[in-house]
Design a protein around this ligand. Structure first.
Ligand SMILES: *[C@@H]1O[C@H](CO)[C@@H](O)[C@H](O)[C@H]1NC(C)=O
Ligand SMILES: *[C@@H]1O[C@H](CO)[C@@H](O)[C@H](O)[C@H]1NC(C)=O
Ligand SMILES: *[C@@H]1O[C@H](CO)[C@@H](O)[C@H](O)[C@H]1NC(C)=O
Ligand SMILES: *[C@@H]1O[C@H](CO)[C@@H](O)[C@H](O)[C@H]1NC(C)=O
Length: 589
């Protein structure tokens, strides 16, 4: 240990010398080197994405058409699955690329639409297609359900998929293929939006699959999907039930993640973390709208909040990783998921380091569009790191401060790409992580999301903007946040149970409304219509709609003894739609 401490000052001196000697010529060389890396790595990244998609991806043999494998790694870790989130973000990148002119991607996109339509119909441990199954995080690559234990549900998958497909549907409508948008793409989007409307106000697991609570990323993705989904529905003459009403309420709830100086990425949970998490950087890049102002409410990349948060998240890694040592404040460092991370000992990730760059490239786009940069008390510390002399104020594009600011932000953003360059092996293969001590690649090889993250960061750097999702008309926060009304269905339990005088019948099951399997809290049935010909016991119970549950009937004898029905448990899924109703007819067993 002490040896490495002794060597550190030597390293620092070396760094100082190299900084001092960084004359304009070597800076230009560095820049040329970065540009060459970006060109090469962009090509490797699009190929890397396509290699992991069936049916003809070279690293996805036997995988059905349009299915994205997270990574070809099958052991330590086994990522040979298709995650709804990773696939949607990957296809969002491909669809944006397609819309920007890469027409070769069309059949791949159509294959994704069909694969997702099929996947939405697969019952799984999160539920049936109608009762929450869309929140299942991952599936086997052959599109069957994965039934092992997992952090489920994850509610970001449906809105992310809806967003990717909405961008495609809007392109189809604008390019003479309205019927494909209506008949093939919209039905998939509609199911994802119905899921989002129904479940946005319930807890679930975050994008890193660890925390059960409310995740900033999930809510930000939900807001965006609901806004553009409602607009698409009206364009297509369809209805998106509850979308327009839910969107501002999601935005309202989103405000409560802001601590005053950064975004606490997970709330409604007791995770023992600071909440500084690349979750929030990925949220800002996902909801970037080229027509937006630097809106705080939607955490736009150039907003004061998102910039303060960028600093908080990036700074949380400065002293965390050995490879970040000696790098001055205001210069780019390796970025991981969150500082308390222990997965594979907690390393920086390529996709989170790239997200730090992408947010800044997107912010530059927005400032250029607005023609000014505004520095507030909230964002001042971010700007001071990269341009120590700046002060609070608005700097129009004609001012020299504006030029200095944009150059400083660009240099800072490029620095994150240079970190990725430094720790990318010569063949350009992007794994999930790179080692915090040595920088060598770690965890899953050829991670699809790493390649997709490289593509989107560089697209923003080159400045072709993605389509708007309607942020300018959806950034007003309601004065009071309200939770959605509960969506219940009324289930009548008809049980034929022959009883003797003094015996009573109850229903008990896996929902709170059914006593959570506790006989003391079981729901009593009525014998009002009981006859010797028809020994009917019944009760009408209000339960959450579209929810799968298990239950049994029990008898309580006159002396208080509880008699259970024989196994197995009965299973039922309550009816769809708020205020719907249904009847079940059972006989004691
Ligand atoms: C539901 O929404 C209300 C109002 O915004 C909020 O206070 C509450 O924390 C939310 N709960 C979940 C689990 O989303
Ligand atoms: C997640 O948290 C909610 C609310 O605290 C709880 O009802 C639910 O059972 C939890 N889910 C899991 C899988 O632990
Ligand atoms: C941006 O801000 C200006 C000035 O406050 C306002 O007039 C304009 O409507 C805003 N645009 C959007 C897209 O919110
Ligand atoms: C249950 O029985 C009632 C008559 O007692 C009948 O009207 C109803 O259709 C039955 N429901 C089901 C789901 O079998």
């Amino acid at each position: 240990m002490w040896v490495s401490k002794l060597t550190r000052p030597v390293l620092t001196i070396f760094l100082c010398i190299s900084t001092v000697s960084a004359n304009p010529v070597s800076r230009l060389e560095n820049r040329a080197d970065l540009e060459a890396f970006i060109d090469r790595q962009s090509d490797i990244s699009i190929k890397g994405v396509l290699a992991n998609i069936g049916p003809d991806g070279s690293k996805a043999p036997g995988v059905p058409a349009g299915v994205v494998v997270a990574s070809p790694s099958r052991v330590d870790p086994d990522y040979w699955y298709t995650w709804t989130r990773d696939a949607a973000l990957t296809y969002k990148a491909l669809i944006e690329r397609f819309v920007a002119g890469d027409t070769t991607l069309r059949s791949k996109i159509d294959q994704y639409v069909s694969a997702q339509a099929r996947l939405q119909g697969v019952s799984n441990p999160s539920g049936s297609p109608e009762s929450g199954g869309l929140g299942e995080p991952k599936f086997n690559v052959d599109l069957t359900a994965f039934t092992g234990p997992w952090g489920r549900p994850q509610r970001d998958g449906p809105p992310l998929r809806a967003t990717a497909l909405t961008i495609y549907a809007n392109w189809l409508i604008a390019n003479g293929a309205r019927s494909q948008a209506l008949n093939t793409v919209w039905p998939v989007i509609a199911k994802d939006l119905a899921y989002t409307v129904r479940y946005w106000n319930q807890t679930g697991y975050d994008l890193w699959e660890e925390v059960n609570g409310s995740s900033f990323f999930t809510l930000a993705a939900s807001h965006r999907a609901l806004v553009e989904g409602a607009a698409l529905a009206s364009k297509l003459g369809q209805t998106c039930n509850g979308c327009a009403a839910a969107a501002p309420q999601v935005l309202c709830f989103l405000q409560s993640f802001w601590t005053g100086s950064y975004v606490d990425s997970n709330i409604n949970t007791n995770d023992g973390r600071t909440g500084k998490d690349a979750n929030s950087l990925i949220s800002s890049i996902h909801t970037f709208d080229p027509l937006a102002n630097c809106t705080d409410a939607t955490f736009q990349p150039c907003s004061s909040r998102a910039l303060a948060n960028h600093k908080a998240v990036v700074d949380s890694f400065r002293s965390k990783y050995e490879i970040n040592r000696g790098i001055a404040q205001g210069q780019a460092v390796a970025v991981g998921r969150y500082s308390e991370d222990v997965y594979f000992s907690g390393n920086p990730w390529y996709l989170t380091t790239l997200a730090a760059a992408e947010q800044l490239y997107s912010a530059i786009y927005q400032w250029q569009k607005l023609g000014s940069v505004t520095i507030t008390a909230v964002s001042l510390p971010f700007f001071r790191d990269i341009l120590p002399s700046v002060a609070i104020g608005t700097y129009p594009s004609s001012s020299s401060t504006y030029t200095s600011l944009l150059n400083a932000v660009k240099t800072y953003a490029d620095g994150f790409v240079a970190v990725v360059q430094k720790y990318t092996p010569a063949d350009g293969a992007l794994a999930e992580q790179y080692d915090k001590g040595t920088g060598v690649p770690r965890s899953a090889v050829h991670l699809t999301w790493s390649y997709a993250a490289f593509l989107t960061a560089i697209e923003r750097r080159d400045a072709p903007a993605p389509p708007t999702w309607g942020e300018p008309t959806a950034n007003t926060v309601p004065r009071v946040c309200t939770a959605p009304p509960s969506c219940n269905s009324r289930i009548t339990f008809n049980a034929r149970v022959t009883t003797v005088v003094g015996e009573n019948v109850f229903v008990v099951g896996s929902l709170t409304q059914l006593g959570n399997w506790s006989p003391e809290a079981a729901v009593p049935l009525s014998a009002e219509r009981y006859t010797s010909n028809d020994p009917l016991w019944f009760a009408a119970v209000s339960l959450p709609a579209e929810t799968s549950f298990e239950y049994k009937y029990i008898k309580k004898t006159a002396n208080g003894q509880v008699v259970w029905e024989s196994d197995p448990n009965r299973r039922y899924t309550s009816s769809q739609g708020c205020d719907s109703s249904a009847t079940v007819n059972d006989s004691w067993r």
